[in-house]
Design a protein around this ligand. Structure first.
Ligand code: KIV
Ligand code: NA
Length: 264
């Protein structure tokens, strides 16, 4: 299959075809996901939790992400490769350019940054320098200490309105993709309609243009706890390949996530 690009993902949104994405951290799993129809792979800073066993993502370094990006890149033919920029690696445009360079050189096709208005200038500079950007709004885990825990975001009307404005601002600044994490489905719908770029949801209902999950959750290997919005596909499918195929199929049909895994 041909390499999936940002313009392919945009076309998918325009055609109403859903985008299936998973996190990946190594060549073997990345290859399995790539061969079974996953369109985009994220080297998430969730690796701080699922690989390093920490309680949050804050200790992950740019080198950690670069290393795992090289691993993923080695296993991938088609999927778009997105690398997370870790906590404090993009606190100003200059730092963001330097760290994004390392991730792109490691094999990323796009970088992902958490936040709204404060990132507009950084995103402008990244895209002008040839670095495609994915935004991330809602429950942005790098701000867990500001939020006072991993909590649903955008529940009150003012915050929801602000998030829609930030989504539009990220798009204007040059972002080509947008992750929406743990927000009410009505807000996810409003944002998805307000921007032309594809939205990828996690805990945002089935109204976004695509879905992303942490691979450990769909394969049932997250230590004991699985978030309400996620789904253990290995329980249903029995094999890893079957789990990936079923995830992709349910994303494409809109079956995933069902109302029980959606916030209202
Ligand atoms: O780090 C990560 O895995 C993520 C996704 C859950 C969106 O940012
Ligand atoms: Na992340």
């Amino acid at each position: 299959m041909a390499k999936i690009t940002t313009s392919k993902l945009l076309k998918m949104k325009q055609n109403g075809e859903k985008i299936a994405a998973l996190t990946a951290y190594d060549a073997s799993f990345a290859g399995l996901f790539d061969k079974n129809g996953v369109h985009a792979l994220l080297i998430g800073d969730s690796l701080g939790m699922v690989l390093q066993g920490k309680a949050d993502t804050l200790a992950v370094t740019n080198h950690d992400i670069a290393y795992h990006t090289r691993c993923v890149q080695a296993g991938v033919e088609s999927a778009l490769i997105i690398a997370d920029m870790p906590f404090m690696t993009y606190s100003n445009p200059e730092l963001a350019l330097k760290n994004a360079h390392e991730l792109m050189a490691a094999g990323a096709n796009m970088v992902k940054l958490e936040g709204g208005e404060w990132l507009y200038e950084t995103i402008r500079q990244l895209t002008q320098n040839g670095v495609p950007v994915c935004g991330h709004l809602g429950l942005t885990p790098q701000s867990v200490n500001v939020f006072g825990g991993f909590k649903i975001q955008g529940r009150d009307a003012d915050k929801a309105k602000e998030m829609i404005e930030h989504a539009k601002g990220l798009e204007r600044a040059g972002a080509q993709l947008l992750v929406l994490e743990c927000i009410p489905v009505s807000l996810a719908q409003a944002i998805t309609e307000a921007v032309a770029i594809p939205t990828i949801g996690i805990g945002a209902g089935n109204v976004t243009d695509g879905q992303i999950l942490v691979m450990h959750d769909i394969l049932g290997i997250s230590s004991g706890y699985i978030p309400k919005f996620s789904k253990n596909y290995i329980d249903i499918a029995g094999t890893m390949q079957g789990a990936v195929e079923l995830f992709v199929k349910e994303v494409q049909s809109g079956e995933f996530p069902d109302p029980d895994r959606t916030f209202n």
